[in-house]
Structure formats: structure tokens, C-alpha cells
Ligand binder design. Structure first.
Ligand SMILES: *Cc1c(COP(=O)(O)O)cnc(C)c1O
Length: 464
């Protein structure tokens, strides 16, 4: 199993090579060259067991044999042992046909831990075997950075540089990134928005320093991370489905389209998954695409769900590649249009393919607050503002959806306590693992949104 670029060309890499690579040479994203086939007994094994086991079985299908034997098994198990609830993630019933998948119990209280914790362990073990070093570059709207810092702090073979938008993350999220006191971690507050941070990361790969630092990506364009996330879709759909005809709908709070793409992978491999519903906040670039057939990114607006404040959903390029039947030139043309004139348009048949699998719903701040209040009134459960967009979408779509629906809970409400308090008048309490963060001393650098300046900041920090 090798990986190729969404924008064509003949670059082809193994899973092992991808661990320390960002985008493809031609700017595209790496995708598996074909879907592995999974027979009935293989599917049973993907749907049952612990998260670590399932994640390891998925990577086995996607080229883990390019790494040392046993490495992925060991790394996933070691990583998941650090979770407060290693068994899981738990499914909580919220109604007759509605469940929530609680991805909020990892070390940094967001779903991103499920991928980054095992990925960091895999990369570190692999570098040790090869006697190499690398530097992880990460653009974050909050939760990726926190999960990256937690997963990579104090590792011997790795440095981590995290770019976050100044003022674009919650105080708690910023503190999660800035209070580790780990010398190998450099958080940088960038004067710009998340899309600027993402653009800077892409640009830094092209600088002369990229080689000597061994820059690598762990944001959600990293396909290994997305493959790991598929594990909770296999597991939870397996738990809820009573047979091949009982297929589960998922509503996924979406920003960069990584998490919902992980669900799509599970579905394409044969997990009992029906419709995938993307929920967005006021940054509704995907709902607008679903309505109009045109991908048009505008200015990012700040919302109460900052991890979804994104106008360029990078991973959508992977779905575009599937929709265009693997035509790299066509994807390249569309992405070129997006980069140069902020838009591209899909044909009617391409839109039909999209609508056959996915829906997209926009949620305003008012609607998110109402959804938080509703879940609290009905179930005495406090949810975060990102999860609220999914609850809103599930309620909007209720009549059109057949069968069971799972809302993906992406972050712990205490990470966004100001918004939660505004919505329901109650301040969610911080789990004990997290309270020390609020008083610890912060350490971070600042930069304007220029790759030269960011590179200077990196040089200064690591070379003195
Ligand atoms: C990252 C994040 C999202 C968006 O996930 P994508 O994979 O980027 O679509 C949604 N909610 C929370 C809480 C997040 O941290």
C-alpha cells in the first residue's frame, strides 16, 4: 500500500515515509492509492476491541508493514494508556435514536488526542530506530496545538513548533500550549488568523531550513492521523449497528474536514455507516458549497467555536480527489482556482456524488446556544460550543435521517467555559488533570504572519 498526491504526478510514498512528510511535492495531499479490501471477519475485527487494537489493525491495512514489526501495536497501546478512560470512547444515549460519542477524555480534553498521542509515539519510536531527529510543525486553531504539545513535549528525537492565531484561541487552549515548560516545544502567537498559520506552515516546508530541521506535519493534513481517527468510527458503529442494514449516521463538527474524512474512510472500507453530516459555525464555506455547488472561501470570522473558524477546509481536497475519480490534474486545477481566485465550482454529477454521502448544516451562535441549553435541559449534560453545532444539525436533519444518529463530541465543555456560561448560565468544572494549567507561568514567542520572520523566531529559540 503506497500513497500518492491528490494533484497527480508519480510521487509514491510508504506509510513509514509519510510519518515525516507534510504535503506532496506538487502541493497536493497524500491519499492511499486504493482502498484495501476487508472481508467479513476482518470487518468484525475492526469493529470490536479496544481503540488501540483497532487503530493498529487499521494501520496494518494501510501499509504499517513499512515500519518495524510490532512498532505500531506497541506505540498505540503505550499512547492510549495515558488516557483517563483508556477503554472507549464512550457512547452516551441522548434520545430514542440519538447518541453522543465522547471524544473528550484524552490528556487535552479534545478528540485530537486520539490521533496525536499514538502518532507521536509511532514517530518517536521510528526515529529512534533510524537514529534520526525531526521537527513537527503545526498550525492550530487551538485543539491541535494543545494535543500536539501534550503528545510531543519532552521527546528526545523531536522538536515541536506550534503556530496559533493571536486572540483566536481560548485562554485555556493557549495555556495548554504555553505551560508545558518543555525545551523542545516552541509555541508562536501569530498576528493573523488560522488560515494564515496554515499557509505559513506550508511555506516553511519550502524554505532552506526545512531540510536541516526535518520539518514534518501533524496537523490534520497528516493522513496517518486521520487513519488512526477512523478507529472510533469503526468501534462505535460496530457497537450500535445490529446488522448490515442498520447503518449509523454521524454528525461531525467540522473545520479542516479531517475528522469527517476519517468517518468517510471507515464507511468506504465497509463499516455500517450511512450519512455523514458536516456541521459548521458561521464560517459556513461547506454548507454554502452544498447549496450552491461552488467552493468559495471568504474572510474567517471569530466565533464561540474557534476550532472550526476555518475557510479553507484542507482535507476536502482529498474528498475532491475521490469525487473526481482520482483525476489529479482536475484536482490541481480546482485547488489552483481556490488559491488564486478563492473559488471553484463542481459539476452537477460531482455535486450528486457529494450529496449521496454527505450533508452540511450551518449553525449560528444563537442556534448553538439554544442547542447547549436543550441538551442541558433534557439530559443534564453540558456540551462544548463545537458539539452544539452538531446537536443543532442533528435536530435540523431529524426528519430526513433514517436509523440511529451519533453526534461526535469533539471537546470538553470546560475548554470553552466562557461560551458555555453565556449559553446556559453554568460554568463547567475543569477536570482535575487540567486545573493546574490556569495558574502556571506561560512561555511563548510572537511573530507577524511572514515565513521569514517565523523562521527567524525558530532559529533564535533553538539555536540561541
Ligand atoms: C479540530 C476541531 C474540530 C474540527 O475538526 P476537523 O478535523 O478540523 O474538521 C471541531 N471541534 C473541535 C473541538 C476541534 O478541536
Amino acid at each position: 500500500m503506497n500513497y500518492i498526491s491528490t494533484r497527480g504526478g508519480d510521487e509514491s510514498l510508504s506509510l513509514a515515509e509519510l510519518l515525516t512528510r507534510g504535503t506532496a511535492g506538487n502541493g497536493g495531499l497524500f491519499v492511499p492509492e486504493q482502498w484495501p479490501t476487508v472481508d467479513a471477519s476482518g470487518m468484525e475485527r475492526l469493529k470490536s476491541g479496544e481503540y488501540a487494537e483497532i487503530a493498529s489493525r487499521i494501520l496494518a491495512l494501510f501499509g504499517a508493514d513499512s515500519l518495524a514489526a510490532g512498532l505500531v501495536d506497541d506505540a498505540t497501546r503505550t499512547a492510549m494508556d495515558r488516557f483517563a478512560k483508556p477503554v472507549g470512547p464512550p457512547l452516551t444515549q441522548l434520545g430514542d435514536s440519538l447518541w453522543s460519542l465522547e471524544l473528550i477524555h484524552g490528556p487535552t480534553l479534545a478528540f485530537k488526542d486520539f490521533a496525536l498521542a499514538p502518532l507521536a509515539e509511532i514517530i518517536d519510536q521510528n526515529l529512534a530506530q533510524q537514529n534520526r531527529h525531526a521537527t513537527v510543525l503545526c498550525a492550530t486553531s487551538g485543539d491541535t496545538g494543545a494535543a500536539t504539545v501534550s503528545a510531543f513535549a519532552n521527546r528526545e528525537r523531536l522538536k515541536a513548533v506550534v503556530l496559533f492565531p493571536a486572540g483566536g484561541v481560548s485562554e485555556f487552549q493557549r495555556r495548554q500550549m504555553t505551560t508545558t515548560n518543555a525545551a523542545n516545544v516552541l509555541p508562536i502567537s501569530v498576528e493573523g488568523d488560522f488560515d494564515d498559520c496554515q499557509r505559513l506552515v506550508k511555506a516553511l516546508y519550502q524554505t532552506p531550513a526545512a531540510q536541516s530541521y526535518g520539518y514534518t506535519a501533524v496537523n490534520s493534513i497528516n493522513i496517518v492521523r486521520i487513519l488512526l481517527q477512523s478507529a472510533y468510527y469503526f468501534r462505535s458503529s460496530g457497537q450500535l449497528s445490529t446488522g448490515p442494514d442498520d447503518r449509523i449516521n454521524y454528525v461531525v463538527p467540522t473545520g479542516n474536514f479531517g475528522n469527517v474524512y476519517a468517518a468517510y474512510i471507515a464507511r468506504q472500507l465497509g463499516a455500517p455507516i450511512n450519512r455523514l453530516i458536516v456541521s459548521s459555525n458561521e464560517n459556513d464555506v461547506l454548507p454554502r458549497l452544498f447549496d450552491s455547488g461552488s467552493m468559495h472561501s471568504s474572510r474567517t470570522v471569530k466565533t464561540v467555536s474557534p476550532s472550526m473558524d476555518i475557510q479553507v477546509s484542507s482535507n476536502f481536497e482529498r474528498l475532491l480527489w475521490h469525487i473526481k475519480n482520482g483525476d489529479g490534474n482536475a484536482v490541481s486545477q480546482s485547488q489552483h482556482n481556490l488559491e488564486n481566485s478563492s473559488s471553484y465550482t463542481l459539476s452537477e454529477s460531482e455535486m450528486a456524488t457529494l450529496h449521496a454521502n454527505f450533508s452540511a448544516i450551518r449553525c449560528s451562535e444563537e442556534e448553538a446556544f439554544a442547542a447547549m441549553q436543550h441538551v442541558y435541559d433534557q439530559h443534564q449534560k453540558i456540551i462544548c460550543p463545537h458539539t452544539a453545532t452538531a446537536i443543532h444539525a442533528a435536530r435540523q436533519m431529524h426528519k430526513q435521517l433514517n436509523g440511529k444518529t451519533v453526534v461526535v463530541e469533539t471537546a470538553h465543555p470546560a475548554k470553552f467555559s466562557a461560551a458555555v456560561e453565556r449559553a446556559i448560565g453554568i460554568k463547567p468544572s475543569l477536570p482535575p488533570v487540567a486545573s493546574a494549567i490556569m495558574t502556571a507561568e506561560e512561555q511563548f514567542e510572537t511573530s507577524v504572519a511572514s515565513e521569514q520572520v517565523v523562521q527567524q523566531v525558530i532559529d533564535k529559540y533553538f539555536k540561541g
